[in-house]
Design a protein around this ligand. Sequence first.
Ligand code: DAH
Length: 341
Amino acid sequence: MATLAFDRQLDQVAEAAKRIPTADARELAALKTELLGRKAGILTRLLRQLPELPPEERRAVGARANQLRRELEAAFEARESELKRRELEAAALDLTMPGRLRWRGAVHPVTQVVDEICEIFRELGFTRVTGPEVETEEYNFTKLNISLDHPAADAQDTFYLGPRLLLRTHTSPMQAHIMERYPPPIRIVVPGQVYRRDAFDPSHSPVFEQIEGLVVDEGISFVDFKAGIEFFVKRFFSPDTPVRFRPSFFPFTEPSADVDVQCQICKGSGCPTCKRTGFLEIMGAGMVHPAVFEACGVDPERYTGYAFGMGPHRIAMLRYAIPDIRLFWTNDMRFLGQFVD
Ligand code: DAH
């Protein structure tokens, strides 16, 4: 082959090499085979044919061909490492990407209300305690002066687990447990779940929260009772919230009262929520009945006390104007998200 033909082919190779810097991975591999392939690569073939040239031409052409091969090899290597780098970059961390928000837990609105209520009573020296949800008839009813033929003890209202064994229908049994275990003075609040055989409806649930309160000491009077409850109500709602004590009946207190606060929705002017009375009942309460003291080993001649029971679900509904108690169990983030601070 003549030098001229050699040179032309080297020109072609040089021309093809211009595609290297922009080739993608597939083109690059094809180009490499086409130009430098061991068997049929154009440059490889040309180099192999060098000895056919007359010696005086061989040196110049050979020098050019070898120079071209080095350039090609360098160009392929540069492009290959460039493509490799880009591939790694694509798979690696992108520090400019916006971060993902951490999944943040929050306290359930009813738990928030329970904590807040217990915290207010803590300021008055009350201790927070909890007790069992499974109770005996004795603690749930008898020791609290509720006879078993009282409507509250009816199997219609109570989930019985076995003979004389049941799911507590209120947190009041803890009054008896505490009085039996600890001598006065006693100041406790007892939050916890209670169970009743009610169907779900906007204001009922077969399981709901209660907070029991009990104070026992020498010289506790009706004044202490009213002052304690009023302190709580004004602290929890607002200092100017009207509070009302209505005569009521509970077997375990005497006298007994229902405690009302001014309706938080209509502010006393009367609305469907308060049935146009302007007030809403938030708890039952009263002075501890001597029969309860006796049943729990506390001397009723020496000690007096007061007790109360309230429903945090109901209180949360009043405070936040929640129309349906079932919302508390739906785990709907649109609802729960409103109570995250
Ligand atoms: N145990 C009552 C209930 O579940 C609530 C209650 C009323 C508790 C008066 C008390 C109380 O301690 O004095 O309906």
